[in-house]
Design a protein around this ligand. Sequence first.
Ligand SMILES: NC(=O)c1ccc[n+]([C@@H]2O[C@H](COP(=O)([O-])OP(=O)(O)OC[C@H]3O[C@@H](n4cnc5c(N)ncnc54)[C@H](OP(=O)(O)O)[C@@H]3O)[C@@H](O)[C@H]2O)c1
Length: 323
Amino acid sequence: MQAIVVRDEGVALETIDEAFLGDAPLTVDVAYSDMNYKDGLAVTGKPGVARAHPLVAGIDVVGRVRESADERWKPGDWLVLNGAGLSETKHGGFATTARVDGDLAVALPDELTPERAGALGTAGYTAALSVLRLVMEGATPDQGPVLVTGATGGVGSVATMLLDAAGFEITALTGRPDELGDYLRGLGADTIVARAELEGSGRPLQKATYAGVVDTVGGEILANAIARTMPGGFVTACGLAGSHDLPTTVMPFILRGVTLAGIDSVWASHEDRVDAWRMLARGVDVDLLDSMTTRIGLDGVIAAGEELLAGKRHGRTLVEIGA
Ligand SMILES: NC(=O)c1ccc[n+]([C@@H]2O[C@H](COP(=O)([O-])OP(=O)(O)OC[C@H]3O[C@@H](n4cnc5c(N)ncnc54)[C@H](OP(=O)(O)O)[C@@H]3O)[C@@H](O)[C@H]2O)c1
């Protein structure tokens, strides 16, 4: 079998024996994986993601069960597994074969092809967890616009699509307004705001502009987004593409009743995963998804990881493996 293996000495596409994968209950023929920010870090050898070495990288698996010691899954079933320790402490999806636990795997929704589930990947699923959380907390389109930060990225792009499908007015924040403004409008963004507008340290309370925020970048941008959230508004934070800092104050929380909710896709419950994938199956415009998806093979993963970290990619990158 072939796999992208992270070792102390470096990261490479290798031919390895399946015994390398250990003995988790499901053996899966991997059809697709995809590139996320975390994958970019892992395949370029950055510390923090792959915490056990040697380890197969890739936080997502879309594939078909070949052998099962788990009565919930049988050979031939299509599954989607995102996070759940893959590429952190467990062998992941940048491989022709994966051995995984079935506990957090989700059956591929009928409405989605394996290819599109792969294209959505963790980024799409995290976008869905974020939008579901906003809606569950009572956000409705009539309350005002929702700000999406890092909008051209994987999470931001899919969040924009899902919010548009749910009828929200969307302000998309991007570092590439000239280059990718049309792309974002095509996904459903109503207003494009240049990233610089929310950079730098700002006042603790600013003009209340957004009813909700889906943040993927952290740092001063998240702090300023919170400071611009309307009374009673809701902010989700899932990412740190800009910074892991959060230089905010308690003011928006105690004077405007703003709520900040963290989104963790890695260990989300099975129930939340099923809900998120159902939302993706219903809310994603598949033609738009196809148009924002670029394709690579396992041999293109390391170069794509470097580009992702350099901010040179947008939308989703599908890794075609055993398709
Ligand atoms: N909590 C979770 O479970 C979870 C799950 C998935 C992802 N994440 C995190 O969410 C973040 C986004 O993931 P992704 O897969 O969407 O990544 P991505 O495809 O690389 O997109 C990140 C976007 O952030 C913006 N950005 C890049 N550098 C920036 C900077 N220095 N300052 C501000 N904005 C910057 C860019 O958008 P523009 O050019 O449009 O500004 C870029 O397209 C990452 O930090 C990732 O680790 C977390």
